[in-house]
Write a new protein. Structure first.
Length: 402
């Protein structure tokens, strides 16, 4: 069994460390991240694999993939990171039938042969959003997901130059990636999940189980990533340096000392159900189910106020499918935050529908209504917005701290 292997996971979850461990195996190679499937999602696949254009269109595609331009790092072509040139890609694809799989292999197989290995591994964290696409083109490949406590991931994401600007932004980013992939990993028989915390604390045991799954034997060399970590981290970015260093058990549960109580409570109010599903400990109790309007994505702007609401025992996930919403949370200005959409007649329709819901919620003894505002949200922004704001003035108004 020499099917290629894919490693995915949220950024800062340990994908680089895991890739370096597998690359330390005598039969496995793993180069830098390719971001191949993200680029593929924006391409015309039919045109790339059309017989009458093969392999020229495919060669053009492969040879124009570039890496994300990190601060202080020049943009580089993927083929440069893998030390191959256009002629080598052309020669490889010319000998293959048209396929997406061949396009990716034109890069990874060359690196594999250069390393003297027999099986290649591809690691790109954001491919976690494209696992179904990977399965489509690599039907027999093991796909490995590495999990890490989302609180530690979010903290780490706030400390890298390409990361997130706030805890809430990181929580929502993690949530989006989890939602995009959880069904796949719950149902795909050739997928495997490993937790970063288990890998750090009992590496030999976890690696032995993993390599058995992919059809290989455990080798003690996999515990030494001093060289392979540098290969996977080809651009020598500081945030990946730990992948070539001895395992550091202090990287587990960093959130316990680095997060405030309000921040950890907010994390649980947003992701508590998923943290429980992945066996990560929760500390806070939430008795009420909240619902945000108009969109959870806006929560980043209003996260200080949402911390206050979470402190009242409000969470944003259901304990069971039929659980009723008991807290309605409206965010910001109705006009500027997109509560109403479309032409004037559609805005009037939306205003009437929202007005009915707001009045019903405020009048209910079983529901609380919160309106989170900042200094710019309470001014005049139109008649429809004015009507909704007047109604919400009788709700629990929560100023958003600056």
């Amino acid at each position: 069994m020499n099917e290629p292997i894919f490693i995915v996971g949220a950024p800062r979850s340990g994908t680089t460390l895991l890739a370096a461990m597998l690359a330390a195996h005598s039969q496995l190679s793993c180069g830098p991240e390719t971001h191949f499937f993200r680029w593929l999602s924006e391409a015309d696949i039919q045109a790339l694999t059309a017989a009458d254009q093969w392999p020229e269109a495919a060669v053009d595609f492969v040879c124009t993939i570039t890496r994300t331009n990190f601060p202080d790092h020049e943009r580089k072509l993927l083929i440069e990171n893998y030390h191959v040139d256009r002629e080598q890609i052309q020669e490889y694809l010319q000998a293959k039938p048209p396929s997406v799989a061949a396009m990716l292999a034109s890069i990874t197989e060359s690196f594999m042969r250069h390393m003297g290995k027999t099986r290649w591994v591809e690691k790109t964290p954001d491919h976690i959003e494209y696992v179904s696409t990977i399965r489509q083109y690599f039907p027999n490949s093991p796909i490995i997901r590495i999990l890490r406590d989302p609180r530690d991931i979010v903290l780490s994401l706030t400390n890298v130059p390409w990361g997130v600007s706030s805890i809430m932004e990181g929580l929502l980013f993690w949530k989006r990636q989890d939602e995009a992939s959880r069904t796949f990993f719950d149902t795909d028989p050739n997928s495997y999940t490993i937790r970063f915390e288990d890998l750090i604390q009992t590496p030999e045991e976890e690696l032995a189980k993993l390599v058995k799954f992919i059809g290989e034997s455990f080798e003690i060399s996999m515990l030494d990533t001093s060289q392979t970590g540098k290969l996977v981290n080809s651009r020598n970015v500081a945030w990946k340096n730990k992948s070539s260093q001895p395992l550091d058990r202090s990287r587990v549960e960093v959130w316990r000392t680095k997060m405030t109580v309000d921040q950890s409570r907010l994390a649980e109010s947003v992701l508590g159900d998923r943290m429980d599903a992945y066996r990560y400990p929760c500390q806070h109790d939430f008795s009420r189910l909240g619902e945000i309007y108009p969109a959870l994505q806006l929560a980043t702007k209003y996260s200080p106020s949402l911390e206050m609401i979470a402190a009242k025992g409000v969470r944003l996930w259901k304990t069971h499918e039929s659980e009723p919403v008991t807290v309605k949370i409206y965010l910001g200005d109705p006009e500027n935050n997109g509560w109403m959409k479309g032409q004037p007649s559609e805005k009037i329709r939306d205003t009437m529908a929202l007005s009915t819901k707001i009045v019903k919620a405020i009048s209910s003894s079983n529901q609380d209504v919160y309106w989170i505002v900042d200094g710019n949200d309470e001014g005049w922004t139109g008649t429809c917005a004015f009507i909704l704001k007047k109604l919400l003035n009788s709700s629990k108004i929560v100023p958003n701290p600056k």
